[in-house]
Design a protein around this ligand. Sequence first.
Ligand code: ADP
Ligand code: MG
Length: 272
Amino acid sequence: MNPDYLQATEGFSENIEPILYANVKAFYYGNDLALHNIQLPIYKNYITAFIGPSGCGKSTLLRCFNRLNDLIDNTHLDGEILFHGRNIYHPQEDAILLRRYITMVFQRPNPFPKSIYNNIAFGLRVHGHKGNIDALVEHSLRQAFLWEEVKNRLKDNALSLSGGQKQRLCIARAIAVQPEVILMDEPCSALDPISSNQIEDLMQSLKANCTIIIVTHNMQQAARVADMTAFFNLEMKEGSRVGELVEYDHSSVIFTHPKHQVTKQYIQGSFG
Ligand SMILES: Nc1ncnc2c1ncn2[C@@H]1O[C@H](COP(=O)(O)OP(=O)(O)O)[C@@H](O)[C@H]1O
Ligand SMILES: [Mg+2]
């Protein structure tokens, strides 16, 4: 880790080495600036929440961490993202391999239209996994708190599951390849409260082995699950509204005595 990057962090700096470090000078969709001047360390085995009003760039920043924005035409990152101190945007880095280590769970559960079993086995085979696939499918489903509900119907189509079960299946699929980081973009916003609670419990159990970044609109959820919280807002820049990082700290600080008035107003529901 280059200490210059840590010094560049104006906000919070934990006294441990970050697994990921975002140094985003600018991020563009075509000519439109979406993110500006964001320096953010992400700590290993922590759950980090991204909060802020719609359009402030939370999803955009999340997609920078596994280069998913590469799949959107005409996007450009000015800056770098360090993963274990290596810039993942270096021309010699392999974005597809990277996504095996940094996986994504989306807002709408998106299982493949295949059997429950094959939703997990497929990814393992794609990544060339050798060994006992049955055992790994079971292990992943157990880790995702889904095994008991599906163990007698592994051949059923995944699309026959409930919304919460589908999302836990997507998480099982994401963790089957044993990623180091899981990116979750509003993973509970399409789920009922009971399913959301199950996902929160699941996140708590996964963080022993993984680092998790979650985008959420639910302040209670962020306060409950996240060790660290980053609050983003929109500022006027080059005549348009651009996402900026306002404040980053332990969730206990962000949700009880944030340093910035605008953070307080957002948390209290005054806007957003
Ligand atoms: N695929 C895209 N193409 C063009 N502009 C986009 C795209 N995705 C997001 N944006 C724009 O980037 C800004 C940030 O969006 P986003 O990252 O989705 O914010 P959030 O997740 O915080 O709601 C918004 O102005 C949005 O319109
Ligand atoms: Mg979003």
